[in-house]
Design a protein around this ligand. Sequence first.
Ligand code: C2E
Ligand code: CA
Ligand code: CA
Ligand code: CA
Length: 276
Amino acid sequence: AKEQGRNAFRFFSAELNQEAHERRRLEGNLHRALADEEFFLEYQPQIDLRTGRVFSFEALLRWQHPEDGLIPPDCFIPVAEEMGVIRRLGEWVLLAACRQCRQWQQPGLPPVRVAVNVSGHQFNQPGFIEMVDRVLHETGLNPELLELELTESALMAGEQETIMTLIDLKVRGIHLAIDDFGTGYSSLSYLKHFPIDRLKIDRSFVRDIVKDLDDRAIVEAIIAMAHSLGLRVLAEGVEHEDELELLRERGCDEVQGFYFARPQLPEALGKYLEAP
Ligand code: C2E
Ligand code: CA
Ligand code: CA
Ligand code: CA
């Protein structure tokens, strides 16, 4: 048993070493990748269920590594956060997304928004508002066409300052959404103090909504609570028609998911931007 334990330990530490090595390699790479323009954005439509219209696109970050291929954001964003590169990376994302959104606007057609994910590390840094202002100024985008998606944990970091930052964003007309809602263990009381527009129900509740009555109950409760607080509700990760029908029946306002469209390059989005 002792021998077994030692082997298990050796195996475990080899794995940790491997991970640490991976991490260091990623770190060095991230800086170069920003300089070499290996990042790009895909956009996923968000649909208003009442009108059937695409009212916004969520920008999702992609890294095309020259040797390793496409690296998903869940793999490199945590590393970027830890090393502090997230500030530069986040600014790059915001600038690219706002520029894109500006191009989508067409005379005679209703305006379309862009939703940008903001890491808590970015949001809670001094100078965040100034960075947003700089980007809006540089791109000329109407702030009302920008939505920022923040997670509960990002908002819990700095209570009083957080509220001030949110109000600063709100007075500019920027929309605010809580991402991955329901996964954050935080108290719900913040919802009444924060100037939020929209809750995004996490995919983990939507995935089993047809079969799992607990998940369904949670989704119903989130919708009811959001509506009584005057917030809109968007369900993310809708993949099947029966999920959509259930969400619609329960009064969910908006959806996003593979059932409608995968995240795509801007070139492929033309059909969502035409007159109905
Ligand atoms: P998220 O913000 O919750 O984004 C939703 C994720 O679900 C995206 O994965 C999207 O491609 C995927 N998705 C959308 N619809 C469906 C569906 O119907 N089924 C399934 N199975 N998946 C669906 P992605 O693009 O890999 O992004 C993962 C996470 O990485 C995001 O989760 C977000 O937390 C983070 N992320 C992505 N881009 C950025 C960024 O620019 N900045 C920051 N800070 N984080 C980002
Ligand atoms: Ca998001
Ligand atoms: Ca999510
Ligand atoms: Ca997420």
